[in-house]
Design a protein. Sequence first.
Length: 290
Amino acid sequence: MATKKYSLGIAFSGGGAKGAAHCGALQALKEYGIKPDVVSGTSVGALVAILYSSGISPKQMIETFQGLNFFKDIVAPSLPKGGLFDSRPLQTLIRNILPYSRLEELPIPTFIVASDMEHGVSKVFTKGEIAPRVVASCSIPVIFQPICINGVHYVDGGTFQNLPVSAIRQKCDKVIALNLNHLEAEKHKNNLISVAYRAFMMMMVSNVAADSAQADLFIDLDTYGCMAHDISRIEELFFRGYDSTVKALEENGYQRVMPKEVIHFPKKKRKKKVVDVRTLLSLRNVSFPS
């Protein structure tokens, strides 16, 4: 049998603000001496993957996210042409926090998954400018405008592949998959964002099964009761992701190589909104899910 290019790969699923649980999972993997040779990510999983590949620690990731304002630092209001929000602020944020600008510069090879709207296929990026490719991977249809890269429009990678194990499966001896999403019961809300988001969640959860079956170790992170757009619980999600991963590793025979690190996150003031986007959306009879 031919030797695979990489010994270990980690696949990070999408899931919005629940991605903070990925950071906790990475902290647990670090303490158990597990370091990937390659990573893949979809949506927020793509963001966590490039931060990790850039050498940013799990604790630093959370500290970066603390205090961010969704309606200022991540999105901007947009005329409803292709999407309700413009994600250019997120591109700017990524460029400002990363020490690298292109995927091929990253110390750990990183595979970013987005969905090609023109051809109706999943696209795996391994080269090119990081910021637009990560944002393309995060662009939930209807809610965010598609991202145009080299004349092709892309939306969230979760449309076809929310847990990108297959993006790296043939290149790795072993793959660990970290999953954020679980389809919980929810009362129907009759507004555009709620319907679009709920439909997209159903799509994402349904396509995870095929990829999870390809993983050598599938870790279902505890994000129950958390919403993908709620960035107020990221510290809690960090510790829930950590605990979920420690439990899975212990159950699968892994041994701790480092003592548990005591981590505290300083409380930061939330930034004030510059634009009251909820008011703008209410004029269009649109509201964010609570």
